[in-house]
Design a protein around this ligand. Structure first.
Ligand code: 3EB
Length: 352
């Protein structure tokens, strides 16, 4: 049985699905969850009741599916160990043996908040909690920042976020060395407010970073993208017992460090999938014996303009097949010229 499993469940099915997963006859337990969808629905109110904990909820509307929200669910085997949960310094966590799922919501009141110190404090609290739990090695961070491309005193909010994140990473360099975790950074679409939300999967041992030979490492971007580079690995591979889990970071139509295919969402989607294919090739080079194909992956596809969904989906389905596991979400990608971003994850048994 898979040590760490990812499922995307329509929110209206979540109660019965969780019961089958965790109840009598079920073999797994929920380690972590995040809900993606419109915030103003009856299902969201119900989610709070059925899901037991105050899981992160992201106001990214669902595209191309009848559900009003997707639950992203990370689960572990029931026989692994009892689940331990709590809150430290405003950071919620669930822990099972060597694995922890942690999340933090930082309110951003007003339009002129001090975003760099708040981002730094958010990450400081997260790192502190992971440390106290003995899981000092983050594998994957998910970042959601409202109005991500808005400006604050003449500077783009995403770039200010990068300054705060960088400061915290410097203070906790032992936890991200020699390379940072996989990550993504998205904004809620216009009209959808929210806190800065960061959630994470971490463990007692570091994951192995994989870079994309077609792209410059994000932490080496030239300064035109901000005084502090975004700090993440293009992917990480984490070992759990005889299994490995891969986390592919938010991936976009970037070659070298530059956005390619301006104003062409179909070509951007193709290029994004080329980058994911390149990462899958790189796994084979660096981790022979461990191979993933696109068919093993579960994808989250962030689309900037809701009306582009048919074009994005046409490319995704031609490249990955109509059976591929894909959740489409309306989100603001963190460069103004990027129209689509795709992340993916999968678990796999180690080949003998
Ligand atoms: C890129 O490749 C696109 O700031 O954590 C992708 C994944 C992107 C993570 C982050 C940003 C981040 O630069 C943007």
């Amino acid at each position: 049985m898979s040590q760490l499993q990812l499922d995307y469940i329509p929110v209206e099915d979540l109660a019965s699905w969780t019961e089958a997963l965790e109840g009598r006859g079920g073999h797994r337990q929920v380690l972590g969850m995040a809900l993606f969808g419109r915030p103003d629905t009856a299902e969201q109110a119900e989610f709070q009741q059925v899901s037991k904990r105050d899981w992160p909820r992201l106001a990214l509307p669902v595209l191309g599916h009848a559900t009003s929200a997707w639950a992203e669910v990370w689960s572990v085997p029931k026989n692994a160990a009892p689940i331990e949960h709590g809150e430290l310094d405003g950071v919620g966590y669930v822990r099972c043996q060597d694995l922890v799922f942690a999340w933090v919501n930082t309110p951003l009141p007003g339009t002129d908040v001090a975003l760099a110190p708040l981002t730094r404090a958010t990450y400081d609290a997260l790192f502190k909690t992971l440390n106290q739990l003995g899981c000092a090695h983050p594998w994957r961070f998910w970042n959601y920042l409202p109005d991500i491309l808005g400006t604050l005193q003449g500077e783009e909010r995403y770039r200010i976020f990068n300054v705060g994140r960088h400061e915290s990473f410097l203070r906790h360099s032992s936890m991200i060395d020699p390379h940072p975790p996989a990550a993504c950074a998205l904004g809620q679409p216009a009209g959808f407010e929210g806190p800065l939300t960061v959630y994470a999967l971490a463990s007692t041992a570091p994951a192995h970073p994989i870079e994309n030979p077609r792209q410059i490492s994000a932490y080496r971007y030239p300064p035109q993208y901000g005084v502090r580079s975004p700090t993440f690995s293009r992917a990480t591979v984490a070992q759990i017992d005889t299994e490995a889990t891969v986390f592919i970071s938010g991936t976009a139509s970037i070659v070298g460090h530059e956005t390619v295919h301006l104003n062409d969402v179909s070509a951007q989607t193709e290029e994004t999938l080329n980058n994911i294919e390149a990462l899958l090739q790189q796994f084979k080079v660096e981790r022979p014996g461990l191979t993933w194909t696109a068919a093993d992956l579960k994808f989250k596809v962030y689309v900037r303009h809701a009306e582009d969904l048919p074009l994005v989906r046409a490319v995704v389905e031609r490249r990955l097949g109509t059976q591929a596991s894909c959740c489409y979400l309306h989100a603001v990608v963190c460069r103004p010229d990027l129209l689509v971003e795709i992340e993916a994850s999968a678990t796999r048994s180690q080949a003998a």
